[in-house]
Write a protein that binds this ligand. Structure first.
Ligand code: SF4
Length: 246
């Protein structure tokens, strides 16, 4: 008995103490809004679309107000087909303010909702003439007093013409792709803009929209995005991706 217990004691002394178990390395928690991820998205967009600008043809703030108003529920290509004649026939806000409404309607007919649009652009022309001395105002608060000009149009004009970033233009492309890129969970344009303003640096507000709109037209199209050709593919986890490397 004594020999047995001596052996046990000797074995216990010779046995190495068990090494403490190593904790498994923690997987970093995926955060779609991580600043590094957002910076990588902006970088990818910058490289892919370095010269993206507003696709609506215009030569003045006033022309951009009108073109943007006409682009509601209409393609930019169609608007660009209509505006040369409109601006040739009524070259100033004053000329448009005094024009017979049916003449405006006739020119813009193919942009859809032409009666409401004609009324709005003429109303906007009158306000620009009477309230702002023929000049398009440079603040959001003043711009949205023009008939038919809501926050989106005001953002387009301030950003693209005056270079003033007071918000992010959220059109159908910005809405769809910001969601696909998990930069927002919202579907309402005003809420999406609020989300984007929080996470994007202000210096990128104007370019982000321009580039995303290009991306939406060329690659990240609504029905069947061309994910295999997409510069942002590695960063994207959209559920409706058509191809994935990860
Ligand atoms: S990977 Fe596909 S869904 Fe994602 S941004 Fe690119 S084109 Fe759009």
């Amino acid at each position: 008995m004594a020999t047995k217990s001596l052996k046990k004691a000797a074995t216990a002394v010779l046995q190495k103490p068990a090494a403490p178990k190593k904790a498994a390395p923690k997987k970093p928690v995926y955060n779609p809004l991580a600043p590094e991820r957002i910076a990588a998205i902006l970088d990818g967009l910058r490289k892919a679309y370095p010269n993206a600008v507003c696709a609506l043809h215009h030569n003045s703030a006033w022309e951009l107000v009108v073109a943007t108003a006409l682009s509601a529920q209409c393609t930019d290509v169609r608007v660009n087909m209509v505006t040369p004649e409109l601006f040739r026939t009524f070259p100033t806000p004053k000329a448009l303010a005094e024009a017979p409404l049916p003449a405006i309607e006739e020119i813009i007919r193919t942009t859809g909702f032409f009666r409401a649009k004609a009324k709005n652009i003429q109303g906007a022309a009158r306000v620009v003439v009477e309230k702002f001395g023929n000049k398009v105002p440079e603040t959001l608060e003043e711009l949205i007093t023009l008939p038919g000009v809501a926050r989106k149009t005001a953002n387009v004009v301030l950003g693209s013409w005056f270079g003033i970033a007071v918000g992010v233009v959220v059109d159908t492309h910005v809405l769809r792709i910001s969601k696909r890129l998990e930069l927002t969970k919202n579907t309402d344009a005003v809420k999406v803009e609020r989300d984007l303003i929080k996470i994007l640096p202000q210096s990128e507000w104007i370019n982000y929209s321009h580039r995303i709109i290009f991306h939406g037209r060329q690659v990240c199209i609504a029905r069947k995005p061309k994910c295999a050709d997409c510069t942002l593919e590695k960063l994207c986890n959209a559920p409706d991706k058509t191809w994935s490397s990860h």
